[in-house]
Design a protein around this ligand. Structure first.
Ligand code: ZN
Ligand code: ZN
Length: 407
């Protein structure tokens, strides 16, 4: 990504994504090989009169060396300064842009238990920060730019995988439009009308059925709220946490999920791939699972803590979303989750409950919201998926037929 498109990217992410304000600090989390993206974001930020721009560089090659060579004891010792640097962002009213461009199999040679232990330690250490992130105590946005290693896995046979991936990202982010910000406003309005329909119906549960074997009923939290692209932060300003985004999502009840769920796409988690898995739920909890690829990774993920056996999100996306229509498997959840209905293991978003930002953890749990140090989306939407809403009086309302919205 370069030149005019990179400039458009930076401006769209800062104005639609984090809604950067004058005299506000910006933190950028960026892969070290993509420094030009951080520079473009910083330039655009100062044009918008930002206070300061800080960058945290990420390098998968160093991470991999650390995972392979350092002991678990060392890997799970999360420095205090790192935790403080995260909490600082919330205290000082920063917003942040995280660039997700992982090589999907970066850590394929790392023993899964090392990845699991260090993810768990990180989650625990950053619990306060993630709590703020998920309660919209900070405005944030996750976006992607193409990297060579990632692109090679998406388009292994292409002559120039990186430029091909770039074209797809630009399309999904609507950057080809003359005025991407305006495009985004229209897109946001459309998603909001779907969220309104779901909120007006105030469903007690949703029922998913597909030819792959998914037959699954999930209850929703008491006082749940459907959200879409644009949310309001605690400071009252709107932001879009994921770009692209095609989803309308809410809070499943942690004690109310029953039936069988089949994954519809591979899931890339912790630099490893989990594929072809089936989860069996009883009263909200995973009681059995099977998997074709990535058994250890999935087992460790499910056993991270009590909350990773339960659900924290249910999201609806039609098969005709632009990303779904592209038919490309991105091996990156930011894109793949926007091609398919998905559910998440782990922590639920307090914001998906009416007034949830102001409720205590106990109060949220009483409404049914799940808690965990993790939140991992996985895709369940197939081309033949049927979704119906079950109202409190038992009435059924069709929402999805043949994998797409019918409302
Ligand atoms: Zn989601
Ligand atoms: Zn999610």
């Amino acid at each position: 990504m370069q030149g005019k498109i990179l400039k458009k990217f930076a401006e769209t992410v800062l104005s639609v994504g984090v809604n950067l304000q004058e005299d506000q600090g910006l933190e950028i989390i960026c892969p070290v090989e993509k420094s030009e993206v951080a520079v473009a974001l910083a330039k655009a930020a100062y044009e918008m009169k930002a206070k300061i721009v800080n960058v945290r560089w990420e390098c998968e090659n160093i991470d991999k060396l650390n995972f392979l060579n350092a002991s678990v004891k060392t890997l799970t010792d999360i420095p205090k300064w790192f935790v403080e640097s995260k909490n600082y962002l919330v205290e000082k009213g920063f917003c942040y842009v995280a660039i997700s461009a992982e090589n999907p199999s970066a850590f394929k040679d790392v023993p899964p238990y090392k990845l699991a232990e260090s993810a768990k330690a990180r989650g625990k250490a950053l619990k306060k920060f993630f709590g703020q992130v998920m309660a919209n105590g900070i405005r944030w946005c996750v976006v992607s730019v193409p990297t060579a290693e990632w692109a090679k896995q998406v388009f292994p046979n292409a002559e120039d995988p990186e430029s091909k991936l770039c074209t797809e990202i630009v399309k999904a982010m609507r950057l080809n439009a003359r005025d991407p910000v305006n495009e985004w406003e229209q897109h946001i309005t459309k998603l909001e009308s779907r969220a309104k329909f779901l909120n007006d119906n105030d469903f007690a549960a949703l029922h998913f059925v597909s030819g792959t074997g998914t037959d699954f009923t999930v209850g929703l939290c008491d006082g749940h709220k459907w959200l879409s692209a644009q949310e309001k932060a605690k400071d009252g300003l709107s932001f879009v946490a994921n770009m692209p985004t095609e989803e309308v999502f809410t809070a499943p009840h942690r004690l109310k999920a029953d039936g069988v769920v089949k994954s519809a796409m591979p899931l890339c988690y912790s630099g490893q791939i989990i594929d072809g898995f089936t989860l069996v739920f009883k009263k909200g909890k995973i009681v059995d699972f099977s998997v074709e690829k990535g058994y250890e990774v999935l087992k460790n993920l499910i056993n991270t803590d009590k909350g990773t056996r339960r659900l924290g999100e249910v999201a609806l996306i039609g098969k005709n979303s632009p990303i779904a229509k592209s038919g490309i498997l991105f091996y990156n959840t930011l894109f793949d989750e926007n091609a398919s209905c998905h559910i998440a293991l782990g922590k639920g978003y307090p914001t998906t409950i009416e007034n949830g930002e102001n409720l205590t953890r106990k109060e949220l749990a009483a409404r049914g919201l799940n808690d965990s140090v993790e939140h991992v989306d996985f895709m369940i939407g197939t081309k033949d998926l049927i979704v119906e809403g079950i109202k409190k009086d038992g009435t059924l309302v069709p929402i999805f037929k043949d994998g797409d919205w019918i409302i």
